[in-house]
Ligand binder design. Structure first.
Ligand code: 3PG
Length: 221
């Protein structure tokens, strides 16, 4: 990880990313689960959550976390369009994550003054993002797109870009990603997967959060 920051669309998210090595990606089927999941993450030391707009419950889940768990920065993930930026913003999302790079989403986030981490997987996409002034990028799907070898190759060219690898990241491979200076944090669903959320096993979520922080601390040591 590397503390050096470039000008970006991160806003308040920047400070959190400098502190937190992982972004839990949530798929919430029942909005009632959102608050206990966010509290379980916070109890494990992770004050951030990305609720994907893949389920009808997502906007209510974001709103519930924003209203009831102020210690957790809540964002909207899987944001594909400008309209979905508006949905996220109206629900109370404090940041937006996209799987890819869309000018419509970038513009909508600028207009709404909401921080954005767009996704990239190729040099051309990183370059497009660079020319839009964006320096912190989700690298997605991280494992399938070549993992640390691809990130290292991209980082050697795009010196000021910071990557958030997401897709296939788990406790097993978190260390190898966090060891890269260009990686600011990793995203992933392994911290609070849908089966654990649906089972209401909040203690397991807290344990996974603690485990991720311990892995990150070992990388920093
Ligand atoms: C995402 O929305 O970023 C991905 O679904 C996360 O991928 P993962 O489930 O492999 O962590």
């Amino acid at each position: 990880m590397n503390g050096a920051l470039a000008r970006d669309m991160l806003g308040d998210l920047e400070a959190v990313l400098d502190q937190v090595p992982v972004i839990p990606v949530l798929v919430i089927d029942n909005a009632d689960d959102a608050v206990p999941v966010a509290r379980a993450l916070a109890a494990g030391g992770i004050p951030i959550a990305e609720v994907t707009l893949r389920t009808p419950a997502a906007p209510d889940a974001i709103a519930a976390i924003a209203e009831n768990v102020p210690e957790v920065l809540v964002g909207a993930g899987t944001v594909l369009s400008g309209d979905q930026v508006d949905t996220a913003r109206s629900a109370g999302a404090q940041f937006v994550v996209s799987p890819g790079l869309s000018e419509a989403v970038v513009t909508a986030c600028e207009v709404a003054a909401i921080p954005l981490i767009p996704g990239v997987a190729t040099a051309s996409e990183v370059q497009r993002a660079w020319n839009l002034g964006i320096r912190t990028l989700k690298f997605f799907p991280a494992v399938q797109a070549g993992g640390t070898a691809t990130i290292s190759a991209l980082a050697s060219v795009f010196r000021k870009v910071r990557f958030v690898p997401t897709g296939g990241v788990t406790a097993e491979n978190l260390t190898e990603f966090l060891k890269l200076a260009s990686v600011v944090a990793c995203g992933g669903s392994w911290l609070a997967p849908a089966n654990i959320v649906n089972a209401g096993d909040y203690a397991a979520i807290t344990r996974r959060a603690e485990e991720a922080l311990a892995i990150a601390a070992a990388v920093e040591a």
